[in-house]
Design a protein around this ligand. Structure first.
Ligand SMILES: NC(=O)c1ccc[n+]([C@@H]2O[C@H](COP(=O)([O-])OP(=O)(O)OC[C@H]3O[C@@H](n4cnc5c(N)ncnc54)[C@H](OP(=O)(O)O)[C@@H]3O)[C@@H](O)[C@H]2O)c1
Length: 258
């Protein structure tokens, strides 16, 4: 049984966040399940009525984050575990063909949203000398690929911010981990990224056995059960069918073409 008792999971209405909330609640955690779609969170609460607190929240709205976290009921107030999971990718185009608005949404959600929530929750963990911040990065933060441009860069931010948090929390018992998954199926991620084009979504996972939300939730469960003196800094997970790409070379590149 984990020493931690209360968790805030952002992006708990789908994918990893939903499964993490379920697995934590199944293991006795009180879970503040945050996302924009309240109906999905209410359905989650129906599964664990006394353990789930649905929290309608857009992490990009800092005033809303402050207000929501200031108004938590007493029994959910002292957040022990923060899972910064809310995030998204939009588009797979090369940078020169991208939509600036989509770039901004990714920055606002994956970077600023994560900061808004962390900024609000971390001080209480430091004050109580007890807590755990788990951030969802991605292999895209370390391994570049065509079309990853801003998404991968936001996840590189998450990775480095997590390492820097380790430095800033030095001398306290607060832990920080960044989980960096590779190809994962059974979430809404590709549906959101590919704007609901189901044929393209299907092609992403065709003939693969990808990581599942359960794999990620089990990883979180492992992390929150590590001994108090152990900090797992980073976890990079790929399905066995995925590995690093080679460097790419264009042959016969025409420099004279204008
Ligand atoms: N699936 C993958 O292949 C993969 C791989 C590596 C890393 N990741 C990362 O893992 C995390 C979860 O991904 P997933 O695959 O579970 O995606 P998903 O199924 O699309 O779920 C994303 C969650 O984030 C929430 N969300 C999005 N924008 C939000 C906002 N502004 N405020 C609050 N919540 C917001 C969504 O809820 P609402 O729409 O209800 O707000 C949803 O619950 C993301 O950070 C993603 O970048 C995913």
């Amino acid at each position: 049984m984990s020493d931690y008792k209360i968790a805030l999971v952002t992006g708990a209405s789908a994918g990893f966040g939903l499964e993490i909330a379920k697995v934590l609640a199944s293991n006795g955690f009180k879970v503040i399940a945050a996302a924009r779609r309240l109906d999905k969170l209410e359905a989650l609460k129906d599964l664990y009525p006394s353990l789930i607190l649905p929290l309608e929240l857009d992490v990009t709205d800092n005033a809303a984050v402050e207000k929501a976290l200031d108004s938590l009921p007493f029994e959910f107030k002292d957040i022990d575990v923060l899972i910064n999971n809310a995030g998204l990718a939009l588009g797979v185009d090369r940078a020169q063909n991208c939509n600036l608005n989509e770039w901004n949404v990714m920055v606002d959600t994956n970077i600023k949203g994560l900061l808004n929530v962390t900024y609000k929750v971390l001080p209480s963990m430091i004050k109580r000398n007890f807590g755990y911040v788990i951030n969802l990065g991605s292999t895209a933060g370390a391994w570049p690929y065509t079309g990853s441009n801003v998404y991968g860069a936001t996840k590189a931010f998450v990775e480095q911010f997590s390492r820097n948090l380790r430095c800033d929390t030095q001398g306290t018992a607060v832990k920080v981990t960044v989980i960096k998954p590779g190809l994962c199926s059974d979430t809404e991620f590709s549906n959101v990224r590919l704007h609901g084009d189901l044929d393209k979504v299907k092609a992403v996972y065709q003939d693969t056995k990808a990581i599942t939300p359960k794999d990620i939730a089990d990883t979180v469960l492992y992390l929150v059960n590590t001994p108090a003196h152990v900090n797992v800094n980073e976890m990079e997970l790929m399905p066995v069918c995925q590995t690093y790409g080679g460097l790419s070379v264009t042959r016969k590149l025409d420099f004279n073409k204008r």
